[in-house]
Design a protein around this ligand. Structure first.
Ligand SMILES: Cc1cc2nc3c(=O)[nH]c(=O)nc-3n(C[C@H](O)[C@H](O)[C@H](O)COP(=O)(O)O)c2cc1C
Length: 171
């Protein structure tokens, strides 16, 4: 198992996957660890779909404006914010912000844990939200945040340039 900082460095957005299944134990390892992430009031105001069904992957690909690599991945996670849950405790701030924070953090955990297990992922945020809601039958208050295809990488992208000129020290 790689060390924490190696995982941080190693994680890249992967958009090509080997034609190889992801072992159910690895999916289970991802899921049992992502639920440990921090969430507002420990409410876990997110919903995670783990999708293997080809037709649903195809529909998600179309909803994401034809980003073909989605359906090529053996597993696709869809992470949603449970706005109703966070809103029921924290009102507008919970509905509009904390639920999105919770879902974004858990999506980041998915990517990092998958990377630690030798898997590749890519956060897909460009999709038609209403279409994704329809595909998954999501009610009002469950907002899809990220589609995350996941599989064994078939590419090794170089680290893109990362700046740090948006960091300010205030002493
Ligand atoms: C909020 C968000 C939305 C993104 N949406 C897409 C997307 O729709 N399609 C895509 O191919 N990559 C998408 N990405 C991945 C970024 O392009 C990628 O993280 C960025 O280029 C940096 O590369 P790295 O992840 O390898 O560091 C998204 C990433 C984030 C965080």
């Amino acid at each position: 198992m790689p060390e924490f900082f190696e995982v941080i460095k190693k994680r890249r957005s992967i958009r090509k996957y080997q034609n190889k299944e992801v072992e159910p134990e690895k999916i289970e390892t991802i899921l049992e660890n992502v639920i440990l992430s921090q969430t507002a009031g420990n409410l876990q105001s997110y919903v995670i779909f783990v999708i293997k069904n080809h037709d649903i992957k195809e529909a998600l690909t179309q909803a994401a404006y034809g980003q073909e690599f989605i359906k090529q991945a053996p597993i696709v996670f869809v992470v949603c914010a449970d706005q109703e849950k966070a809103g029921s405790v924290y009102g507008k701030r919970g509905y509009e912000l904390y639920s999105i924070n919770d879902a974004s953090i858990v999506a980041t955990y998915i990517e990092l844990i998958a990377c630690a297990l030798g898997l590749g992922t890519c956060w897909v945020g460009a999709f038609d939200e209403q279409e994704v809601k329809q595909i998954l039958g999501l009610p009002e208050g469950i907002k899809p945040i990220a589609i995350i295809p996941c599989g064994y990488p078939a590419e090794q992208p170089k680290m893109p340039k990362k700046k740090r000129d948006m960091i300010y020290f205030v002493e």
